[in-house]
Design a protein around this ligand. Sequence first.
Ligand code: CTP
Length: 397
Amino acid sequence: MLKNKKILLAVSGSIAAYKSAFLVRLLVKEGADVRVVLSDAAISFVTPLTLGTLSKNPVVTSFVDDDNGTWNNHVELGLWADAMIIAPATAKTLSGMANGYCENLLLACYLSAKCPVFFAPAMDLDMFKHPSTTENISKLVSIGNTLIPAGKGELASGLEGEGRMAEPEEIIVQMQEYFKSLSNGKRVVITAGPTFEQIDPVRFIGNRSTGKMGYAIAEVMANKGYSVSLISGPSTIEVPEGIAEFISVESAAEMFNAAVGLSHEADICILAAAVADYTPTQVAEEKVKKSEGDWSIDLKSTKDILAYIGSNKKPNQVVVGFALETQNEEANAMGKLERKNADLIVLNSLRKAGAGFGHDTNQVTFFTKAGKQNEFPLKSKLAVAKDIVLFIENELI
Ligand code: CTP
């Protein structure tokens, strides 16, 4: 959940600052990209070297680096972060935050941050209970910051009571819940499986798609809390648990109507179906009887669902398509991305053993407007679905 999330950790001067080393270690272990800003007072409790080594990034402490005279840009740091955690947040730092008192780089970063800010108070129990502190905390919450509640227990002063900084593990859980909550309520439309184009009451034109890839994406997204509408052509796969809506269709025209209808309200559209490009011009009402000569069927083009949704994309809507290619794979994938105005094209090559229709595995490469992105090894379709969803979350929403 925290993979590739950009976390700005601000540490102020309290004995609880030692916990920040554990917090950085856990954040990095979760895959987060961590930058640390220390207040002057915090340096007495935990060194920049410790946190720099654990975070694998330089730690900043003041507006200007004494060593080389470099300006540490607080605005850039504030804009960089997906989330800012202030832990420990001392009484003095809370007061600076609540009153916009830009005394040091840490507070300047806080004032510049555009991302959600979480703060974990740490202080002695009487300071914590003081009306000034209570008022500062209330004000910080009322202006949109999130409190990571202090715990009760033995304090550095030897007193017992409230004021202990939350444990790093608790902070990690709160961050995971926050990032998970971002997906909650986001609406996703997924098309999957083949379409069957009717010739007469017993015959149709179809393809070998099973729907496994689209169903796997639906499963992964439902598990993450997205509200998933799965539109599926004929398939024998079990409908994934937890999806909001399942719509069974047969033809390309039915799939087009269902997908386009739902796309107006969707945040993310993932068009994974193998939609027939052509459909019979006329459907015979009765079964066509065998006759002596050959039989030919007139076909007309179907409407391209991905191209329609891509060219009518709403602001901030993410549109993802697939490309199944046997030659000039990269050029064709990029061509599809541009023609259909998709944000991401997932290329699966039929030339790779184990990839494509019917298999439980797939081998994919991602293409965005910036060109070729990740090329993955052969993986289970569920693992590929997780890669796709992570890429959408990290790069596209
Ligand atoms: N697609 C669609 N509606 C169609 C045809 C395709 O939504 N009528 C979507 C597919 O779901 C997929 C993408 O377009 O996400 C690419 O499909 P593909 O069959 O590889 O490409 P085509 O556009 O059909 O082109 P070609 O067959 O020439 O490769």
